[in-house]
Design a protein around this ligand. Structure first.
Ligand SMILES: [Cu+2]
Length: 467
């Protein structure tokens, strides 16, 4: 399946500025499945600078694939010829150390189809012999196996035109950095209008100027922003979501396999650049609504830095440039602004025809599980899909499967989710534990097999309420 077919089609007026279109795949995704994998991503064998990039999902004939069929939930492009600027080592999608991913992440997109757009005169260095790869996640919204191609376009300035170009280095800022699946969960236990903030600090390797950036969030996000804590915590960049209107496919596709994400994220650009002195901290703040649970969310911003040598380095906290431009700002494209849309992810099961239907709980009678009890996670099943637990009780999931699975809250009193786990090579199950301190109905699924693997835990009684 690796890079079964691709093509390069240069087009454009000048011989020195070309837009190339490549295609990888087909990617095959089973019915109602969520698939994450990696593929080599070919590029034109030229030396130059990438100034723009975008990605989409297409059929063999090049027509776009609607999300009623397949949704490209997210995709990352990395250059394996260079080391990533913010990570030395990585955890793979299975949460085990995996150096396959320690290559330079330079462009990413989610459901919102973010595009790379650098200010004029700046570019991401492409060498003819660089090796690019992609890490992608697809969701199949139909009961049958489907296939599609990942198609990406990028604009390259090369030859004599490349002489005056300034090279930018990509920095991947991520509140759950250095993981192939950098997810976390928002509890959602506070009042209306409350905000959960997760932050992470980064330092550039050399002084420089940030000339552009944009972010990725999931459903429930308020915004991402970048601040300089050593400069009075001033804001230096932000990325804001625009949400779909109620009739947007994100809210109407069946089945709902996750909380719908934004339809666009704003970005920023500046020719003059945002000054960052050597050793200065840059902080990413990922802000989500905290009145409802939001599980498996992300807070990521990719920024592009024009590094300068120490002689030309900006002073600490040098004034911000006056030419900061916002791209795709909320309100400039059709959609909802003014904060995230309240949304409850339902449980989905299969009817007798194998079609997805909403369910209240998995079939079968509820069994009582004592505190300290275990639930086995096998390949495509939870061995106890309906349980009752006393408040304060602890539940352990034992992952016995050969495939990866996870435990993810769809809806219920408190948001939580496990990493993707399977059995250890020596046969020992990996485990995930949780103590239930709030009464209520916890509707749970495996986010990789959401219609096949569902579970309901009813927490009741007057046991310990420690949080
Ligand atoms: Cu699963």
């Amino acid at each position: 399946m690796l890079a079964a077919g691709w093509m390069a089609m240069p087009s454009g007026a000048s011989a020195e500025v070309n837009t190339y279109t490549e295609r990888v795949g087909p990617v095959t995704v089973g019915g109602y499945e969520v698939k994450q994998s990696v593929l080599p991503a070919p590029h034109a064998p030229v030396d130059g600078f990438v100034t723009n990039m975008e990605v989409d999902v297409v059929n063999a004939d090049g027509t776009p694939v609607p999300i009623q069929r397949l949704m490209l939930h997210h995709i990352v492009f990395a250059n394996t010829s260079r080391q990533d600027a913010t990570c030395d080592s990585f955890l793979g999608f299975d949460e085990r150390p995996n150096d396959l991913y320690s290559s330079e992440r330079f462009y990413a997109a989610g459901e919102e189809r973010a595009k790379m757009a650098l200010p004029a005169g700046y570019g991401y260095k492409l060498n003819a012999d660089d090796f690019w790869g992609t890490l992608y996640m697809f969701m199949n919204h139909r009961p049958t196996t489907d296939r599609a191609y990942i198609q990406y376009k990028y604009r390259v300035v090369s030859g004599a035109d490349a002489d005056g170009m300034k090279r930018v280095e990509p920095y991947w800022f991520d509140v759950e950095n250095c993981r192939a699946d950098p997810i976390y969960s928002v509890k959602g236990t506070k009042g209306k209008g409350s905000t959960d903030v997760e932050s992470a600090d980064f330092r550039l390797q050399k002084p420089g100027y940030i000339v552009g950036g944009g972010g990725h969030v999931h459903g429930g996000a308020r915004e991402l922003n970048l601040t300089q804590p050593d400069c009075g915590d001033r804001e230096i960049g932000e990325s804001l979501p625009t949400w779909g209107n109620p009739d947007h496919p994100f809210y109407n596709v069946k089945p709902v396999l996750h909380e719908p994400g934004p339809i666009a994220m704003s970005g920023f650009q500046t020719q003059a650049g945002i000054p960052v002195a050597a050793g200065e901290r840059v902080r990413l703040n990922s802000q989500y609504d905290n009145s409802l649970p939001h599980t498996r969310v992300m807070g990521i911003m990719v920024v592009y830095v024009d590094h300068v040598n120490q002689a030309n380095a900006p002073d600490p906290c040098e004034p911000l440039p006056g030419d900061r431009k916002k791209l795709l700002e909320p309100g400039t494209i059709p959609g909802r602004t003014g904060g995230p849309v309240p949304y409850k992810v339902p449980l989905t099961g299969l009817d007798e025809n194998g079609e997805a239907v909403r369910i209240k709980k998995p079939p079968g009678k509820a069994k009582r599980l004592k505190s300290g009890g275990t639930i086995e996670v096998g390949d495509r099943f939870f061995d106890r899909p309906n349980v009752r637990v006393n408040r304060g009780g602890k539940v352990t999931w034992e992952f016995e499967g050969q495939e990866l699975h996870n435990v993810t809250l769809a809806n219920g009193p408190i948001g939580f989710a496990s990493p993707n786990l399977d059995v250890e090579p020596d046969g020992e199950p990996r485990t995930f534990q949780r103590r239930f301190t709030r009464n209520g109905k916890y509707k749970i699924f495996c986010a990789l097999h959401p219609v096949q693997m569902t579970e309901r835990i009813v927490v009741e009684g007057k046991g310990k309420r420690k949080r």
